[in-house]
Write a protein that binds this ligand. Structure first.
Ligand SMILES: *[C@@H]1O[C@H](CO)[C@@H](O)[C@H](O)[C@H]1NC(C)=O
Length: 392
């Protein structure tokens, strides 16, 4: 017959339980506040993670732009780089339909230098509306916005040889390729790597990158490779021609000026409706067709997903084909009154022990979580984990 527990037994049991609880709890606390890199037991590799935020069309509304960047923790409440993000991407169409053109482009350059000082990075893109303005197609320019520059010629000067035009030429591209972690390559490293360079990463790490563009990278677009330099070289060459010509009187009321007569056929193709600035096929075409074609573009551009703006859905960020296509234009500007949104990507590479110790290849567990973030909720679009191998 078991002895009845005495008071003393009960007391010592309670203190033992409390002790165990304290030990476990303190371990838990130290784990949840872990800022030191996780160390693998077998070698000295450390876990690496990176956070990327991408935002779509802003169209002349700095108030909503500030709300979105603050919500996504790109900036603090004063609009300064938070230091809480590794890469901030904007996919173009900052200009038109609103009055805050100067404020927005100046803010972007302030953020870029703050990011740089904090070890962060920004990728900025020219949308079809930036290109329209460079061409002299001012159909979506408000008269009140022209007044913020002074007059038409002051605006032309600022967008060509002035500080906004110079920022476009120096710090904006038409498209970009972003490896998901710095150890997988630098932003806008070409895929495939140029001949003679060190061998690239093995699949799937060679494609652990996203592309960003305003409209879309159509399967039939002839300049997908090498990516992104083929497109960006054409873009920069066309932008220079536009910025260096005598600025044509804007349309309307004047006639549409078109591209400079010196524009090459590649430069014309860049700006056509199937080119990267205007293409809407990934947003609008039939599911079966896009999910078949998207893999071909991803293979060619060395990427895993394509992120684009341009074709708005006023309710939400649209994910198609399991997140291989993500469309982030939600009509953020008050010109549309759509949803405030940002795309948030968290990517982690954790060292794991290889199953065959003799193998020279290092094994990692990769986790990729992509969320659409809104003011009061978020939606997980992608949450994938896989084992990858590579000496990185
Ligand atoms: C481009 O960005 C760099 C880094 O912030 C900055 O130093 C430079 O002035 C910018 N260029 C232009 C023309 O705005």
């Amino acid at each position: 017959m078991p002895a009845r527990p005495t008071r003393r037994h009960i007391l010592s049991f309670i203190s033992l339980a409390a002790l165990i609880y304290l030990v476990l709890y303190s371990r838990d606390v130290s784990n949840s506040h872990q800022h030191v890199p996780l160390r693998d037991v077998t070698d000295n590799r450390i876990a690496r993670s990176t956070r990327i935020v991408a935002v779509g069309d802003l169209h002349g509304d700095i108030g909503n732009a500030q709300k979105v960047l603050e919500m996504a923790r790109v900036v603090d409440s004063d609009g300064r780089w938070s230091g809480d993000v590794d890469v901030f991407v904007q996919t173009g169409d900052i200009i038109d339909r609103g009055d805050d053109t100067i404020k927005l482009f100046d803010w972007m350059e302030d953020l870029r230098s703050q990011a740089q000082s904090a070890g962060g990075q920004m990728l900025s893109h020219l949308g079809n509306h930036e290109w329209m303005n460079a061409i002299g197609d001012w159909r979506y320019v408000h008269q009140s916005e022209i007044k913020t520059f002074g007059d038409v010629s002051a605006r032309q000067a600022m967008l060509s040889t002035g500080r906004i035009g110079r920022a476009w030429a120096a710090n904006y591209t038409t498209t970009s390729r972003l490896p998901l972690h710095p150890s997988l390559g630098a932003p806008n490293d070409d895929f495939p790597p140029p001949a003679g360079s060190a061998a690239g990463l093995p699949v799937p790490l060679s494609h652990a990158a996203y592309s960003f563009v305003h409209g879309g990278l159509a399967l039939g677009y002839p300049q997908l490779s090498p990516f992104p330099s083929a497109i960006n070289d054409i873009g920069l060459s066309l932008l220079r021609k536009l910025q260096r010509r005598v600025q044509p009187p804007p349309h309307p009321p004047h006639a549409y000026p078109g591209l400079p007569s010196s524009a090459t056929s590649e430069e014309h193709a860049l700006y056509e409706s199937d080119g990267p600035l205007w293409y809407r096929g990934w947003a609008l075409n039939d599911e079966k067709e896009v999910c078949r074609d998207v893999d071909l573009v991803l293979d060619k551009t060395g990427t895993r997903r394509m992120i684009m703006g341009h074709t708005p859905n006023f309710q939400k960020i649209v994910s198609r084909c399991n997140g291989k296509i993500i469309i982030i234009d939600t009509g953020i500007s008050h010109a549309y009154g759509g949803a405030l949104s940002a795309l948030n990507v968290e990517y982690t590479l954790k060292p794991v022990q290889s199953s065959s110790p003799s193998s020279s290849e290092k094994k990692w567990r990769e986790r990729e979580v992509v969320k659409a973030v809104y003011p009061s909720h978020f939606v997980t679009l992608v949450d994938e984990e896989r084992d990858v191998f590579g000496d990185i």
